[in-house]
Ligand binder design. Structure first.
Ligand SMILES: *[C@@H]1O[C@H](CO)[C@@H](O)[C@H](O)[C@H]1NC(C)=O
Length: 158
């Protein structure tokens, strides 16, 4: 497994569309294992929040092209539940007082061709984080689990 990051300060519509469509290409081939959103202090580069979205792909669907049955409505309901959890996470996440920047990490199989805009990255982990696991959702082809880690302020003060 390799983790890769797109580091860019300026984003254009074309650049954004290219990044998003890369994810979909990688998703379709079943080679995207995780997408991580890392929020860092702009001043110090310290990682403050790390949103870990892990993706499990049904390999039979990718390999044999079989289909699965699940209604859009049910999938939407699951996604909405996660959206609500993300929205309410502001009640326990520490305030982000500093200016922040973010990075997107894609964990992929090692055999994929990586577009030149992506570079290898360290995992940008948080030492001794607080962790909260959110609901998962499942299309019957992809299952997405979300784990948010954030800097443990109490630990810092000891
Ligand atoms: C991210 O999620 C995956 C799958 O749930 C898990 O194996 C991994 O340990 C997590 N990473 C971190 C840093 O929490």
């Amino acid at each position: 497994m390799a983790s890769k990051t797109v580091a860019k300060d300026i984003i254009t519509l074309r650049g954004s569309a290219a990044i998003v469509s890369e994810f979909f290409e990688w998703l379709e081939s079943g080679k995207l294992q995780r997408v991580v959103l890392v929020i860092m202090s702009k001043a110090t580069g310290e990682v403050l929040e790390r949103w870990n979205f892990s993706i499990e792909t049904d390999s039979e669907v990718v390999e044999k092209g079989v289909s699965r049955e699940k209604s859009d409505k049910e999938i939407m309901r699951e996604i909405q539940a996660i959206m609500r959890q993300i929205a309410s996470s502001i009640t326990y996440l520490p305030c982000l007082d500093d200016s922040c920047v973010f990075d997107v990490l894609a964990y992929t199989d090692t055999d994929i061709a990586v577009p030149f805009t992506w570079i290898e990255s360290d995992p940008k982990l948080i030492a001794n984080p607080q962790m909260v696991k959110l609901h998962s959702f499942d299309t019957k082809i992809h299952k997405v689990d979300t784990l948010v880690s954030y800097k443990n302020d109490e630990w810092d003060e000891e």
